[in-house]
Design a binder for this molecule. Structure first.
Ligand SMILES: [Zn+2]
Ligand SMILES: [Zn+2]
Length: 211
């Protein structure tokens, strides 16, 4: 399948499955639509484009790879947004099946891309597999004195999220764990913040002095 066709399936999956939007068959060029039909990814229903089971499977997989790749490029390779957005669109097509779970595990099975969009989970996420060294960890896995750069925060409650942001806990900031018990005390910038275990376990950091 060509890169162009893959990107179309990916975008259709996002529109139809994630955003719950209806996509009319006039929204694609007749040529692209025909190619997608021939490949067995879509069919037409009334004036709408519908994903087949195979189209859904492939689209979801591509979304997963795209967002995992964004994480990889931004967290591990430290690329800027304008660069990783462009590069992710190319690189996602090059990740073979065997590498996908390793990349996901390396990143600590992230649930969100750097834009905050959900990453559809793979088998590795459900089993919590760890067959490669993970570079992104929950804050709770750092020792006292350990530090890292915040990669992402996965808190569903928007009030808790706002509180954390106001305290300076946001992606890109460096945090150091000062104390683990009875509560987590972390240093971010010049501020010391106390966190309960539940919240601390949802802050993911790239550890190591070079981050
Ligand atoms: Zn993204
Ligand atoms: Zn995973």
């Amino acid at each position: 399948m060509s890169e162009k066709l893959e990107n179309l399936v990916r975008d259709l999956w996002i529109a139809i499955k994630e955003e719950g939007r209806e996509v009319g068959d006039k929204e694609l060029s007749p040529y692209d639509l025909e190619e997608l039909e021939k490949a067995g990814y879509v069919r037409r229903e009334g004036g709408r484009i519908v994903l087949t089971n195979e189209g859904e499977r492939v689209g979801r997989k591509l979304v997963r790879l795209h967002r995992l790749t964004e994480r990889l490029l931004s967290d591990v390779l430290g690329m800027e947004e304008e660069v990783y957005e462009r590069v992710a669109c190319r690189v996602e097509h090059l990740i073979p099946e065997e590498l996908e779970e390793a990349v996901c595990t390396l990143l600590g099975h992230p649930r969100l891309c750097p834009h905050g969009k959900p990453i559809p989970p793979g088998g590795c996420c459900l089993s919590g597999k760890r067959y490669v060294e993970t570079v992104v960890h929950p804050l709770t896995e750092l020792e006292e004195g350990g530090s890292g750069r915040i990669s992402y925060i996965y808190v569903e409650n928007p009030q808790v999220m706002t509180r954390l942001m106001n305290l300076g806990l946001r992606p890109g900031r460096r945090v150091t764990v000062l104390k683990r018990f009875p509560a987590y005390i972390v240093q971010v910038g010049n501020t010391q913040v106390a966190l309960d275990y539940e919240v601390a376990s949802r802050i993911y950091v790239v550890s190591g002095p070079h981050h």
